[in-house]
Design a protein around this ligand. Structure first.
Ligand SMILES: [Cu+2]
Length: 166
């Protein structure tokens, strides 16, 4: 008994336990990003959309998106204006707990503006999402997003890029 005590002092045992438990909060998912993609562009096109499905574990909101390929990135919503569907920037996108929020053509989307070069199918666009969780705690999530061809029949019913003209 006394020998055991000397090998594993109480303080050290406590430390080992702390280290084992530490990874749990560190890996707690901020937000799950499913099926992200960016619509490819043609030469001289300065604007395109990024789409994905976001699921947050707790009450959160997407407050900012950044990307090195774009001078400006905005979060957009589509809204009827009379008989015309228009998009406009929103300050944040609510992510209710456990609910999948879809960013898709014709709906919410991330607008990549001021593109520095054309985006071709097969390119990868790094995005940094800032998500504000409970207690206004902000965390960033990096995701590498594949570019799909401009006219590709992409995932959830992608349509031609015309709806993204400003
Ligand atoms: Cu837009």
């Amino acid at each position: 008994m006394p020998k055991f005590e000397s090998i594993l002092p109480r303080g050290l045992a406590g430390l080992a336990l702390t280290l084992m438990l530490a990874p749990l909060p560190a890996t707690a998912q901020v937000v799950t990003i499913t099926d992200p993609w960016v619509r490819g562009t043609v030469a001289e096109q300065k604007v395109t959309g990024a789409f994905m499905t976001l699921t947050a574990p707790s009450e959160s909101r997407l407050v900012e998106v950044r990307s090195p390929v774009a001078g400006t990135v905005e979060i957009h919503e589509m809204k009827m204006d009379g008989n015309v569907m228009r998009m406009r920037p929103i300050r944040s996108l609510e992510l209710p707990p456990g609910k999948a929020v879809e960013l898709k053509p014709g709906g919410y989307h991330v607008m990549l503006m001021d593109l520095k070069k054309p985006l071709n199918a097969g390119d990868v666009v790094p995005l940094t999402l800032t998500v504000e969780g409970p207690g206004s705690k902000r965390q960033t999530v990096n995701v590498d997003v594949p570019v799909r061809a401009l006219n590709a029949a992409a995932g959830s019913g992608a349509k031609p890029a015309t709806e993204h003209k400003h």
